[in-house]
Write a protein that binds this ligand. Structure first.
Ligand code: NAD
Length: 372
């Protein structure tokens, strides 16, 4: 089995889908690994590091003869020229927004595996790119917000007087939100947080933050398939908006992380709420690339409204390329190695995970989330 790793082409993408560590491990399984020259440069991994790990490094045609092509984002189909018929393409494929590319994989006869469709089951946790990348994103969001904030996070008592602690509010307490809470706490902020899933209340408390929750409204569970959030009732949304309005006016830092799979991100903060905040406050919108939780946020720009800075990156994990690549690469290795069939010398997927992540097979789009 030949595994190919291409240099990422998407703008602003700094990650790479294999590291010298995972290259060694793939070779130990019996695979050959081919890396496109320069693939690791932005993640501080040189061609020589890959060679030392046992990979072949090529300037062109890395996909030639490949059985499996790995990517962080999906490679455009032209880059897969020469890969074996039926070759696997395993990456974050962004299937809803890049349906055109999924169709192109199907037409070319490739088997596309969307790593973001990995089911949220215990045995797949180590293969879950959404978790590994969201965790880093939650951390980075707080650091960037802190950097844009003209004050300090911790309370400081100095000879010149006291600096008061920043108040930070995290909206959406999934993987990214939990790490944002922990990071803001480590920096010394007073942290509060909210989510539509009531199960997060205890998680917020266990991190030493204050839960801010809508009480006594129908449909409060907010938890749907796979532990993901659902869209909330109008009544709930109204109650949430009121609660958030009174809370947000007192906050210095707000980190929003709310996502609903396959839907635009829910709008959590309106322009009027921004206007109620103190000048100099900072909002980091982690959902900006999915449509944004914050009215007026623009990806990769610092927008100033009513004296409040609104920040958000189109690709937050790409701002931590080395760690993000290391964890992403391990997710891919954990996935392929878990299914490695020693006799056939290649991975063979089971039904539960195969059906969840396989987008294309035998020239057709086969995933029910895309057919539905
Ligand atoms: P996500 O990225 O899909 O969404 C982020 C958070 O935003 C979620 O907590 C969601 O409930 C919240 N949210 C959505 N709409 C909201 C609104 N209107 N207001 C406030 N908050 C809103 O979520 P995620 O990080 O992928 O985590 C979802 C769940 O999956 C969590 O319970 C997480 O622990 C779980 N999970 C399980 C596994 C596993 O078992 N393999 C792996 C990762 C995550």
């Amino acid at each position: 089995t030949t595994i190919a790793v291409l240099r990422e082409r998407a703008e602003g993408e700094t990650r790479v889908a294999a590291t010298p560590e995972t290259v060694k491990k793939f070779i130990a399984l019996g695979a050959a690994v081919r890396i496109e020259s320069g693939a690791g440069a932005t993640a501080s991994i040189g061609d020589d590091d890959y060679r030392a790990a046992g990979a072949e490094v090529v300037a062109e045609g890395a996909a030639q003869g490949a059985d499996i092509v790995l990517g962080v984002q999906g490679p455009e189909v032209e880059l897969l020229a020469g890969a074996k018929p039926g070759a696997w393409v395993a990456a974050g494929l962004d299937p809803f927004r890049r349906r055109d590319r999924v169709d192109a994989y199907a037409a070319a006869g490739f088997e596309a595996l969307a790593m973001e469709f990995m089911p949220r089951i215990t045995r797949a946790q180590s293969m879950d790119i959404l978790s590994s990348q969201s965790n880093l994103a939650g951390y980075k969001a707080v650091l960037v917000a802190a950097d844009h904030y003209g004050r300090a996070f911790p309370m400081m008592m100095t000879a010149a007087g006291t600096v008061s602690a920043a108040k930070a509010f995290v909206m959406g307490v999934g993987v990214a939100g939990l790490q944002a809470i922990a990071t803001a706490r480590r920096l010394g902020a007073q942290v509060s947080a909210t989510d539509v899933r009531s199960a997060t209340r205890e998680q917020i408390q266990s991190l030493g933050a204050k839960p801010i929750f809508v009480e006594n409204v129908a449909g409060i569970e907010g938890e749907g398939a796979g532990g993901y959030a659902t869209e909330m009732s109008e009544e709930y949304q109204k109650a949430q908006a009121e609660l958030v309005s009174s809370h947000i006016a007192k906050q210095d830092i707000v980190i929003t992380t709310a996502l609903i799979p396959g839907r635009p991100a829910p709008r959590l903060i309106s322009d009027a709420q921004i206007a109620s905040m103190k000048p100099g406050s900072v909002i980091f919108d982690l959902a900006v690339a999915q449509g944004g939780n914050v009215e007026g946020s623009v990806a990769d720009q610092v927008v100033v409204k009513h004296g409040v800075k609104i920040v958000g990156y189109s690709n937050t994990p790409a701002h931590l390329p080395a760690d993000a690549s290391a964890l992403f690469s391990r997710n891919l290795y954990n996935f392929l190695s878990a299914f490695w069939d020693k006799e056939q010398g290649k991975p063979v997927l089971d039904e539960e995970i195969g059906n969840a992540i396989r987008l294309t097979h035998g020239g057709k789009v086969v995933n029910e989330r895309l057919l539905g």
